[in-house]
Design a binder for this molecule. Structure first.
Ligand code: RUQ
Ligand code: CUA
Length: 658
């Protein structure tokens, strides 16, 4: 049956909705709503909607029970997490706990597995429980998203996390011991051999004290190549290495693909080496860093670097093998080329032949031609060397051309029809331009001040087109006011037609997202449940898993092991009594196998809450250092008798135990 048969179709509406499946376009008068339904025209009038609004609604509305076509993985900014969002509905599907404790997922509230992952993110033994999450990147196979893993960086503490997309859980965090911040990264080469992380603000490598007057000689940048073991789904820290870079402030970066596979391109600013010092009478860092007309695009031949590392041409700093700057410069690993001042985005085209750089203080997008870069390096056609001995290629010698974009171009993404889309911060528009003509064909205003931009499968060798998302820094008046701190605004753009069309505003209520990637939903194959007793962090049956009927409490000196199961609607055992000062080890297995039958285990006064998805096994260790009576209960409304899913944890005072 025509779903619109019972909806009156005013002629103006039906005809105006090009591409929308309203049948017929004859002049009809609004039929009285015999069924009791309101006519679309009346609804529009009542809610003050025009035809554009209705088209946008029909293109994004997703009925309950119907999934989305794409998933966005967006950085959660200061929230320290990653957001999963459906497209086109723009429904928030999950906030994945990454660098920051997240109680719903039991992330950082007792789970031994989560504790170990979060411990990987310690810097020099310090817990850092927030992160400035910037750039999620999906794992790739031959330049295409394979739907297996997601990597993301923490700019503030120079860390990288690995998220397993089989269960949407963070499985590893590594902390870079050499640098004080990162920004380029986490991005991958086309076969995810490496997760690449490049520094932002230079420091002495290892962050030890060196007076800032020695900035030029002792402070450095870094490109870290985290070796990824695809079999294990883990970063192999021992197999990882780095390339030392000059103390320019390296910024965004991308890996080459297809013809340019084997190379990495990194933007930089502050090639002036400004270090601030306002009170000392210097210009602020921002103006000191914007004097030169050109900064440097860094070109790293990582396959060559890999060989030199294997040949032992590295020095070890804080346990990391580092290819020294001088070696990188002399051996042709590192080459520079000028780029218009203070660039930001650095994006390799889907075919790998071009590198698009957007300059915040330049109105152009500059496209470098990879084959020209390669020729110039091969023929040693250098214009000179920088102060660190790194060869510099000629700007004119290596570019394909420049596109006049507008004020403040930042990032560029691509579609399947040869168009590029550049975010333009100051002008607050998306500029769509033709890569063949190097000309802007359309500008679409967005609200407001777009930072990053993302397209469906936009960073792969075969983008899908269809959808573009503007990730706007401000929302100002787009939503009801929630006080001075306002959400940022994701705007969904239909990019399938000849003209871009703005469809939907989505507030992001947790931190400032920077980058995101959008993957076709059919590439993701998350599991529905764990086999009973599986530890998600090892994917193996846990050695402490508990079978039904084998629940027990075992004491071994001052260690008490509680082997517990959870199933609707009880924990077994539901009474645990220990002595003050005992170390308690909870081993809890969920015996559930039905979809979405989740329990949670919380313990009063102990800051403990773990999530028990179907089949999952969790271990929790703590010291019972406070005598008393503490209810424990299930934190998920799992059944009619959910409130009854509870028990008591009793700690006998040391005095009474004697
Ligand atoms: S960066 S927009 Cu990491 Cu462009 Cu923020
Ligand atoms: Cu189990 Cu509520």
């Amino acid at each position: 049956m025509d779903p619109f048969a019972r909806i009156a179709r005013p002629a103006t509406l039906g005809c105006a909705l090009a591409g929308v499946a309203l049948t017929g376009c004859q002049s009809e008068t609004a039929a009285p709503a015999a069924s009791g339904r309101v006519s679309v025209r009346d609804l529009m009038k009542e809610r003050g909607l025009d035809e554009n609004d209705v088209e946008a609604a029909l293109k994004t509305y997703t009925r309950g029970g119907k999934g989305d076509d794409y998933m966005i993985f967006a950085s959660g900014g200061h929230g320290g997490q990653v957001l999963a969002i459906g497209v086109p509905s723009m429904r928030m599907l999950k906030v994945i706990g990454v660098f920051t404790p997240e109680p719903w997922q039991g992330w950082g509230y007792g789970s031994q597995g989560a504790k170990e992952v979060l411990a990987g993110g310690r810097q020099e033994g310090r817990d850092i429980t927030w992160a400035d999450v910037h750039h999620p990147n999906l794992s790739e196979t031959e330049g295409d998203y394979d739907g297996k893993y997601l990597f993301v960086n923490d700019k503030s503490s120079a860390r990288v996390a690995v998220i397993d997309l089989s269960d949407f859980m963070t499985k590893q965090i590594v902390a870079n011991p050499l640098i004080g911040s990162d920004h380029g990264g986490a991005f991958v080469d086309p076969n995810t051999n490496y997760i690449i992380e490049t520094s932002q603000y230079p420091t002495p490598l290892g962050r030890d004290y060196v007076p800032i007057s020695e900035y030029a000689t002792k402070y450095r940048g870094l490109a870290m190549f985290w070796k990824f073991d695809k079999q294990k789904g883990r970063i192999d820290e021992k197999g990882s290495w780095a390339v030392e870079l000059p103390p320019y402030t390296q910024d965004l970066a991308d890996a080459g693909k297809k013809v340019s596979d084997g190379y990495v391109f990194i933007n930089s600013f502050n090639t002036e080496l400004a270090t601030g010092g306002i009170l000392e009478g210097n210009p602020p860092l921002e103006s000191g860093a914007s004097k030169n007309d050109m900064d440097y695009l860094h070109i790293i031949d990582w396959k060559k670097a890999e060989q030199l590392v294997a040949a032992g041409k590295t020095v070890e700093i804080k346990g990391v093998r580092v290819l020294p700057l001088q070696t990188a410069a002399e051996e042709g690993v590192l080459t520079l080329v000028g780029e218009p001042k203070s660039p930001h985005g650095c994006d390799v085209t889907p075919d790998g032949t071009g590198i698009v750089v957007g300059g915040k203080l330049d109105t152009h997008a500059t496209v470098y031609e990879f084959s020209k870069i390669k020729d110039a390096i091969a023929q040693k056609r250098f214009e000179g060397k920088d102060a660190y001995g790194v060869p510099i290629l000629g700007f004119k010698d290596t570019i394909r051309g420049q596109v006049e974009i507008g004020l403040g171009p930042l990032h560029t993404v691509f579609d399947d029809k040869g168009f590029a889309y550049t975010s333009v911060f100051i002008e607050t528009v998306v500029a769509k331009w033709s890569m063949a003509d190097m000309k802007v064909v359309e500008k679409l205003p967005v609200h407001y001040n777009i930072g990053h931009i993302m397209a469906a499968e936009g960073d792969t060798v075969s983008p899908d087109g269809k959808w573009v998302v503007a990730m706007n820094k401000m929302s100002v008046d787009r939503f009801s006011n929630v006080g001075p701190l306002k959400p940022q605004n994701f705007q969904l753009i239909d990019a399938s037609g000849p003209k871009m069309k703005l469809l939907y505003d989505m507030p992001i209520a947790i931190g400032e997202p920077h980058y995101s990637q959008m993957i076709a939903m059919d590439k993701l194959k998350p599991i529905y449940k764990y086999d009973v007793g599986v530890n998600p962090f090892t994917h193996q049956p846990d050695p402490h898993r508990v079978e039904a009927g084998k629940e027990r409490i075992e004491r071994n000196g001052r260690d008490v092991h509680v082997y517990m199961t959870a199933i609707r609607s009880h924990f077994t055992p539901d009474r645990v009594e220990v002595n003050e000062g005992d170390t308690v080890h909870l081993h809890i297995t969920s015996l559930e196998q039905a979809d979405d039958q989740v329990h949670g285990f919380s313990l009063n006064m102990h800051n403990i809450n773990v999530s028990l998805e179907p089949g999952k096994h969790e271990n929790v260790t703590f010291v019972a250092d406070r005598p008393g009576v503490f209810p424990m209960y299930c934190t998920e409304f799992c059944s009619a008798l959910h409130l009854e899913m509870a028990g008591y944890f009793l700690v006998k005072p040391a005095s009474a135990a004697l």
